[in-house]
Design a protein around this ligand. Structure first.
Ligand code: CTP
Ligand SMILES: C[C@](O)(CO)[C@H](O)COP(=O)(O)O
Length: 237
């Protein structure tokens, strides 16, 4: 049996509307470097990854200024309307490179604090039909309901089995491409790769990951990411 191969696919074609900045958040500076360069550090320094697909907007003017702009390990793909369209374009770029059975490791470029220890845990436990990093909920969870223009508590939700879905999310190349294509053809909502697989009847594994693997989404997240990236001698170890 041949050794499994892993191909990172990094969706990086978002506009970052919730960040309300003057540019997509992946190009905001953290300690003088693009946010995206930290994510690429984490992925491209991981020994099991030889190449990575980076999905960028067709009209992205910032990429040439990245530290990785000339890196030959990067295969570029064009972004789509939604994140799932970008991921599907990223998978298409692996045509002829990856086999159906190879694993694709989809990771948001907007999660720069990924640690190699989390990748070790995820790939170490990986089995069919695939696995995702996730973080168990900590707080008491409430379901809200709208009443007289205000949101009030309807009830407290049982939190024991609730998890925050993070990335990376790892699936077989062929199975993920099929699942995403089927969901898009049916106009189903797909906010992560696991939900596409779930809608095809699969039950991917949840692997507990670090809660500091945040997705930089709002302004306050940038300071948090900077803090997390500075709290280790080797940020991605
Ligand atoms: N059409 C899209 C939308 C998102 N993404 C990527 O998917 C990841 C998660 O996206 P998210 O933060 O939810 O979306 P953004 O468009 O970046 O931000 P917002 O939703 O606030 O506009 C990011 O790395 C983003 O660049 C993408 O490649 N293509
Ligand atoms: C895959 C994902 O990171 C899961 O948390 C995804 O990007 C979620 O996007 P959201 O719509 O901002 O939750």
């Amino acid at each position: 049996m041949s050794t499994p191969r892993y191909f990172p696919v990094l969706p990086a074609a978002g506009v970052g509307s919730r960040m309300q900045a003057d540019r997509p958040k992946q190009y905001l500076p953290i300690q003088g470097r693009f946010l995206l360069d930290y994510t690429l550090d984490a992925i491209l320094s991981y020994p099991a990854f030889e190449q990575a697909v980076l999905v960028l907007s067709a009209d992205d003017p910032y990429w040439p200024d990245s530290e990785y702009a000339a890196d030959e390990r990067i295969i570029r793909a064009a972004g789509g309307r939604e994140r799932c369209d970008s991921v599907l374009n990223g998978l298409a770029a692996l045509q002829g490179i990856a086999t159906e059975q190879d694993w694709v490791v989809v990771h948001d470029i907007a999660r720069p604090c990924l640690r190699h220890s989390d990748l070790d845990a995820l790939l170490g436990q990986l089995a069919d039909p695939g696995a995702i990093l996730a973080s168990p909920t900590r707080d008491t969870m409430k379901r809200g309901v709208l009443r007289d223009g205000c949101v009030v508590i309807d009830h407290t939700v049982e939190r024991e089995q609730l998890w925050h879905a993070l990335t990376p999310q790892v699936f077989r190349y062929g199975a993920l491409q099929q699942a995403l294509t089927a969901c898009l053809a049916q106009d189903l909502s797909v906010t992560d790769e696991a939900s596409a697989m779930e809608q095809q009847g699969y039950q991917p594994l949840l692997v507990a990951g670090r809660s500091d693997n945040i997705k930089v989404t709002r302004r306050e997240d940038l300071a948090l990411a900077e803090l997390f990236l500075s709290t280790s001698l080797s940020p991605h170890s």
